[in-house]
Design a binder for this molecule. Structure first.
Ligand code: SAJ
Length: 417
């Protein structure tokens, strides 16, 4: 059993802390946000996801977890704080990782292990993390160990993926790697892949960058298909029957805190990254493309009212971080459109979220921007008599087109004539 001090009780740090607590370790979770600590002290989760509350209940029952505002001595320190994107410099902003490491310094002892789960650019463990932790007077490798163990869980299915996904574990030396692997094997059921810290840093960024580049390719295919009048969704489905082809889905752009950001972390110090940068540009331009298509549908209507279906960055979650919906709405408003929003998952956002009826009342066109399951099953007859213009643009290919067509709607889709 180890005593683990987890710094950062967000979407990744908190479930990780609770998994360790439920699997034989004593865990102290630390967050600088007093509200998070206070909520946890009452036995409640500060945010919701499948299985989180049950995991907290059982950790508390075992007396294996407590939330605190200050770091304390431990065998292992695990850093799971956000790494924001510095949009001005177009590079990783390490301020939270740096301040977490600084908080560890007064408590660092010989034999400790420090694990960084936060996403970091290559060489961060070897350079910044080492430099800060050595302010303790101890030497990395000789006196304490450091490793990078990037999180890879998908929001919406975090717990399952934390347990069953393979993990990448990269230490600054072999001892660091081995100690970290032993620790994670207490709850990870996937394989543990052992490497160096710098390679692990690169792997995490490569994974998300490859997804971004592949989505850009799908988005470019969709635009080419529009030019030729081809159904890109059918084309992708058939192309993917090839044993070595796996094209992703086009859409209104890439949101979330990872896929659209990690390519910048990977390339911040690179000489050649033109393919990656071009992909970023394509994905970032998708809201404009969707708006262009929507404007064709409402051509002739002065100051049309548009109803956005879904502002979460992807389906069946309430997360709106870096959602492409925001850019779409801003651009649409600039073009004189009135925008109303319906999202069955998102309660509060920077724009008002309405109930379904209010959102479609007086609307000239629905624009589906998120692939929530509800839209897949929606019966358009519910909306009869509410919309002056029966138009729907589905940028996610989720609605039942036949049903909407039969209900009198003019249906358009990205990459589909
Ligand atoms: N998207 C498309 N087309 C697709 C797939 C996704 O347009 O075919 C869009 C989504 O709608 C969304 C964005 O891309 O706006 C990102 O969604 P996502 O499901 O691809 O990824 P995230 O950001 O929710 O989670 C990713 C995952 N990384 C990979 O799949 C390589 C997850 O495993 C990571 O843990 C997470 O980033 C992270 O924290 O880094």
């Amino acid at each position: 059993m180890s005593k683990i001090c987890v710094l950062g009780l967000g979407y990744i740090g908190l479930p990780t802390a609770l998994l360790f607590a439920n699997n034989g370790h004593e865990v102290v979770g630390v967050d600088v946000n007093r509200r998070v600590v206070d909520i946890l002290k009452t036995g409640k989760m500060p945010f919701e996801e499948k299985g989180f509350q049950e995991l907290l209940d059982s950790a508390l029952e075992k007396k294996a977890f407590r939330a605190e505002s200050f770091v304390e001595e431990a065998d292992v320190f695990l850093v799971a704080v956000p790494t924001p994107f510095d949009s001005e410099m177009r590079m990783a902003d390490l301020k939270y990782v740096i301040s977490a490491c600084e908080m560890i310094v007064p408590h660092l002892r010989k034999g400790n292990l420090v694990i960084i789960e936060s996403t970091i650019p290559p060489k961060t463990c070897d350079r910044q993390v080492k430099q800060i932790l050595e302010n303790s007077g101890l030497k990395m490798c000789e006196d304490f160990c450091v490793s990078h163990c990037p999180e890879r869980a998908i929001p919406g299915n975090t717990l399952h993926e934390m347990v069953y996904n393979d993990r990448v574990i990269g230490g600054v030396n072999e001892k660091s790697t081995q100690l970290t692997a032993d620790l994670y094997s207490s709850f990870v059921k996937g394989d543990l892949h052992l490497t160096t810290s710098t390679t692990a840093e690169m792997i995490k960024l490569m994974e998300n960058t490859s997804r971004d580049v592949n989505i850009a390719l799908a988005n470019e295919f969709a635009q080419i298909a529009d030019d030729y009048g081809i159904n890109v969704w059918e084309a992708i489905e058939i192309a993917n029957k090839h044993p070595r082809v796996n094209i992703l889905k086009p859409g209104p752009g890439v949101g979330g805190h990872c896929i659209a950001i990690d390519p910048w972390f990977l390339t911040e110090n690179a000489n050649n990254s033109s393919l990656i940068m071009m992909s970023r540009q394509i994905n970032d331009s998708m809201p404009q493309y969707v708006l262009k298509m929507v404007k064709k549908m409402v051509a002739g209507i002065e100051n049309p009212t548009i109803t956005v279906f879904g502002v979460a960055y992807k389906g069946d979650i309430a997360d709106t971080r870096a959602t492409p919906a925001k850019k779409f709405i801003k651009l649409a408003e600039k073009e004189g459109c009135k925008v109303k929003i319906y999202d069955p998952f998102v309660r509060e956002w920077c724009y008002p979220i309405m109930g379904l009826e209010e959102a479609v009342e007086g609307s000239d066109c629905i624009v589906v921007l998120t692939d929530h399951s509800e839209f897949r099953e929606m019966d358009p007859r519910e909306l009869y008599g509410k919309m002056p213009g029966l138009n729907i643009f589905d940028s996610r290919n989720v609605i039942n087109e036949e049903l909407w067509g039969k209900a009198g709607f003019n249906v358009r889709n990205i990459g589909k004539k």
